[in-house]
Design a protein around this ligand. Structure first.
Ligand code: NAD
Length: 339
């Protein structure tokens, strides 16, 4: 018997939403039934070119039609037709959609810009996939928290993590984001420590002792993490490199690369869509052990690392795959992760 595909709607077709839609479209066990836009801008035009059905707020329908768009219906109608909605509206906006998802009895995933209280489960595919099996509401944690979990989880499994100290140099804005900065400053973000990233890791791995600080920098490409981890068991840098290289969403960066700009260039050279680097990028030469503590640099592509996690969250919540390794492998293969 042929299994029907999971019907996925993307509410908010921006930086994350458009990537989620394209990744869902690559899967053989799910399909995109529509994406939503609030304004008839260039992203709406691209959605139409990609033949995604476009849903809009009822009161904006005429504005879209005036600009020559075919409108499939209202956002409420899109939600009603879906098995699961991936809410990719801007941070703190997604909470206002919760009542609609509840009313329509539709499962929903939010992204990391929402507070952890929006859903009972914060998600990372390697660290806690099983907690999301059959769940109605899940939050896929932010790009930085995703990047931290991908490193901390395997180290904790193999050696036990005593404590983590991380400094995050954050990109000021995304490439298409004309509103954010800074243009010429390094901003303690926030000044009051710790930043929210360490506590956010605890929403997935509550037992990890972690403190974080973040600095916003005038760059759009990626975040850079400076990680210092005290492990419970002795090990060598070579063992750590080999462990991390074996993880499904970690890419060891070598061949003379020492910057985020070169990693994005690598993304262009290997033909990644939108230059996306879905994997954590660990600078191989930075991995070192000093006085029993591990140090490393990793770069995180903020626009894309949460996309495969979102695909896995859909599989867990709808119960179509209960084994996280199989889901991760399927998602990676479909998207070309690891290539
Ligand atoms: P974005 O601003 O690029 O896109 C949001 C989209 O939602 C826009 O197209 C906007 O027009 C639309 N929108 C706004 N209000 C809406 C509403 N009420 N209903 C439907 N659509 C609406 O934002 P983003 O960067 O894609 O962020 C989305 C979520 O993902 C946030 O929670 C954010 O924190 C999280 N996130 C972002 C990044 C990143 O680097 N951009 C990384 C990881 C997680």
């Amino acid at each position: 018997m042929k299994m029907s595909k999971i019907k996925v709607a993307v509410n908010g077709y921006g930086t994350i939403g458009k990537r989620v839609a394209d990744a869902v479209a690559l899967q053989d066990d799910m399909e995109i039934i529509g994406v939503s836009k609030t304004r008839p801008n260039f992203e709406a035009r691209t959605a139409a070119l990609k033949k995604y059905d476009l849903y809009v707020p009822g009161e904006n329908t005429d504005a879209f039609k005036k600009e020559g768009f075919d409108v499939a219906g209202t956002i409420e109608e899109m939600v009603k037709a879906a098995d699961i909605v991936v809410d990719c509206t801007p941070g703190k906006v997604g909470i206002s959609n919760k009542a609609l998802y509840e009313k329509e009895g539709v499962k929903a995933i939010w992204q990391g810009g929402e507070s952890k209280d929006i859903a009972p489960i914060s998600f990372n595919a390697e660290a806690n996939y099983e907690t999301a099996i059959g769940a109605d509401y899940v939050r896929v944690v932010s790009c930085n928290t995703t990047g931290l979990c991908r490193v901390i989880y395997p180290l904790d499994q193999a050696y036990g993590v005593e404590k983590v100290r991380v400094t995050i140099v954050r990109r000021g804005g995304d490439p298409g984001d004309i509103k954010n900065g800074p243009i010429d400053a390094l901003v303690a973000d926030p000044v009051k420590l710790p930043s929210h990233h360490g506590p956010d890791v605890n929403s997935i791995m509550p037992h990890i002792n972690i403190t974080s600080a973040a600095i916003k920098a005038p760059t759009t490409f990626m975040h850079l993490h400076v990680l210092n981890i005290k492990l419970k068991k002795d090990c060598t840098a070579a063992e750590i490199k080999s462990l991390l290289a074996s993880r499904p969403r970690i890419r060891m960066i070598a061949d003379g690369i020492s910057s985020t700009a070169e990693i994005i260039e690598l993304g262009r050279d290997i033909g990644r869509p939108r230059n996306d680097i879905w994997e954590n990028c660990i600078f191989e030469d930075s991995v070192s052990i000093d006085d029993g503590e591990l140090y490393l640099f990793q770069a995180i592509h903020q626009e894309s690392d949460v996309i495969p996690e979102t695909i896995d969250a859909i599989r867990a919540m709808t119960g179509i795959e209960k084994d996280n390794k199989k889901s991760i492998e399927k998602t990676n293969k479909s998207m070309g992760i690891g290539i």
